[in-house]
Design a protein around this ligand. Structure first.
Ligand SMILES: C[S@@+](CC[C@H](N)C(=O)[O-])C[C@H]1O[C@@H](n2cnc3c(N)ncnc32)[C@H](O)[C@@H]1O
Length: 232
């Protein structure tokens, strides 16, 4: 995995041995489209999904999914900006999910925001459960996923993973951010295979949406955003 520093301003730029879109990407995406993942579900993710599912059933407004939410800063900010939505942040790291940082809430002015859930779950399972349950997700955020920049790790990137067919079908809109533009180019390339389209642009937000975004910006790196929607 690419090393991620925890201090603001000293994040190293991505180093990759890939000159462009991975030559095997189309083949891998087609393989996953024709052979859905049959991996058994882990119990902790099944339980976490069930909890979220009950909240989703009881909720009358939009559902926003914040995948790989880390400590949940973006989940809280999205909840604050979308008061009628239920925002569900998912991360596999119990340590990050459970941090429930008062300082973080204060710095983002989200102390009184409560229309969100933070769930510890593995998205390789969670995405398949969301798809099976036909959640109507309006926006699906994937902010700064681990880049896995070595060519041999293509299948660890979300677009190279066995759950890409589910990922790409969740959300009317997918918003993906990375400090590695090629990650977004590859995701868009994969999305186009299933007749979706999208646009890549620089992130120009005044305030960072996530701690990783803050770190990359403080290190002078560009942050990129891809928005995927349906063609027409
Ligand atoms: C680089 S961090 C970004 C965190 C946050 N979005 C941010 O920008 O500050 C990537 C996050 O993805 C999570 N992650 C990686 N693989 C995952 C998986 N299979 N299921 C759920 N979370 C995962 C990690 O635990 C980590 O918190």
């Amino acid at each position: 995995m690419a090393e991620q520093n925890t201090h603001l301003g000293d994040s190293k730029a991505i180093v990759t041995n890939q000159p462009g879109i991975h030559e095997k990407l189309a083949e891998i995406v087609h393989k996953h489209l024709s052979h859905p993942s049959k991996k058994p579900f882990q119990k902790h993710t099944l339980d976490a999904f069930e909890l979220a599912h009950q909240k989703v059933l009881a909720h009358d407004g939009d559902i926003i999914l914040d995948s790989c939410c880390g400590v949940g800063q973006s989940t809280r900010l999205l909840a604050k900006d979308n008061p009628h939505a239920l925002v569900i942040g998912v991360d596999k790291s119990a340590h990050r999910i459970q941090r429930n940082d008062d300082e973080l809430k204060e710095s983002t002015d989200t102390q009184h925001v409560d229309n969100y859930l933070l769930i510890r779950a593995d998205l390789n399972d969670f995405y398949r459960l969301v798809k099976k349950a036909s959640w109507r997700v309006s926006k699906h955020y994937i902010l700064y996923p681990n880049p896995w920049p070595k060519a041999k790790h293509l299948q660890r990137r979300w677009h190279g993973s066995a759950v890409f067919p589910e990922i790409i079908s969740i959300g009317k809109e997918i918003i993906l951010r990375s400090n590695w533009r090629l990650y977004l180019e590859e995701f868009l390339f994969s999305a186009e295979i299933v007749k979706k389209t999208g646009l890549i642009s620089l992130v120009n937000d005044e305030k960072p949406l996530t701690p990783f975004e803050a770190k990359y910006k403080a290190s002078g790196q560009d942050c990129w955003q891809l928005i995927i929607g349906d063609i027409n």
